[in-house]
Design a protein around this ligand. Structure first.
Ligand code: SAM
Length: 311
């Protein structure tokens, strides 16, 4: 795996210019992946600047640790979910940090690696766990959840219009045949929606399962809240999201933390004055340039938001 292509990082210059406020600081990369962003951060920092990286996937940690070896003890790679970010930093005695970067979702390596079971483009064992010690994989979900639960899942996390039809097809099929591979599932989706919008439906169904397996939206909410807590005043949080559910969570969280008042909803009752904890830096999310999306199609859906800790 060492020399293999891993992942092309997205919006690197934009992320770094918003994240780095001082070259001596400690920065957290909450989603190390192949270590592309982390390496770029370390290259910009002074010899006393550090990066502490997290990833739930042990392959990512192994790969990133090797890539960041030239930086010695200025790079720390931790296999853990970023939902535990604050506890891990406190346990290690890390003082308030200068920045936290989240580059969400899965890496190209995870998508392309057959043993991870994420891709509908090849036929592989359905799995989708970033963390292999996770209790439930995608195979369990499609073979165990009830019809209603599946339909709700495909609708809520995939915004798939044919969610009920696909859920029904899964239940019918699994009566006599366990759905074991990404190919089994892709065939069922194809039979349910036809050819015309097949790729979009496949992407939505696979996205929904991935979110459920890895509890992604809850982890994101927890990780964002903790990131704000571990920053020192003036520190930055930068998030790159790849689909609207993630981006909405980031946008809403920033908005709540930056609010200066809570409307009472009644003209005779004064609004509640709030002490904001964040200042939003990106009024609108940044997107990748045409040049970047041509070179790296994965950048097409990326939306970057940044905010600064106030107090
Ligand atoms: C898009 S990749 C990051 C790529 C990285 N920025 C780079 O330059 O190579 C996302 C990574 O985040 C990890 N990840 C996603 N959600 C996570 C979570 N809740 N906790 C820890 N790691 C997570 C995935 O395992 C994956 O390796």
């Amino acid at each position: 795996m060492q020399d293999a292509f891993y992942h092309t990082p997205v919006l690197v210059d934009e992320a770094l210019s918003l994240l780095i406020t001082g070259r001596d600081g400690v920065y957290v990369d909450a989603t190390l992946g192949g270590g592309g962003h982390a390496e770029a951060i370390l290259s910009l920092l002074s010899p006393s600047g550090q990066v502490i990286g997290f990833d739930a996937d042990e392959d990512a940690i192994r790969f990133a640790a090797q890539r960041l070896q030239p930086f010695g003890d200025r790079a720390t790679c931790i296999r853990n979910n970023f939902r535990n970010l604050q506890g891990v930093l406190v346990e290690r005695g890390v003082p308030p940090v200068s920045g936290v970067l989240f580059d969400l979702g899965i890496s190209s390596f995870q998508l392309d690696e057959p043993s991870k079971g994420f891709s509908f483009r090849t036929d592989e064992q359905l799995d989708m766990r970033m963390d292999r010690s996770g209790a439930i994989d995608a195979q369990e979900i499609v073979n165990r959840y009830g019809e209603r639960e599946l339909a709700e899942l495909f609708w809520k996390f995939g915004e798939e219009r044919a969610s009920r039809r696909i859920a029904r097809a899964i239940i019918r099929r699994r009566d006599h045949h366990r759905i074991a591979t990404t190919g089994d599932l892709a065939t069922l989706v194809q039979e349910s929606v036809g050819e015309r919008f097949l790729n979009k439906s496949l992407a939505r169904i696979f996205q929904a399962l991935r979110i459920e397996v890895n509890n992604e939206l809850e982890s994101l909410q927890a990780g964002l809240n903790q990131a704000v807590d571990v920053l020192h005043p003036g520190g930055r949080i930068v998030v790159i999201a790849y689909h609207s559910l993630e981006d909405r969570i980031v946008k809403d969280m920033f908005k709540r933390a930056a609010a200066t008042s809570l409307p009472s909803g009644h003209k005779l009752v004064p609004d509640t004055i709030l002490q904001p904890t964040l200042k939003i830096i990106t009024k609108k999310p940044l997107e990748a340039s045409g040049k970047e999306t041509r070179a790296n199609p994965r950048a097409r859906s990326a939306k970057l938001r940044a905010a600064e800790k106030l107090t």
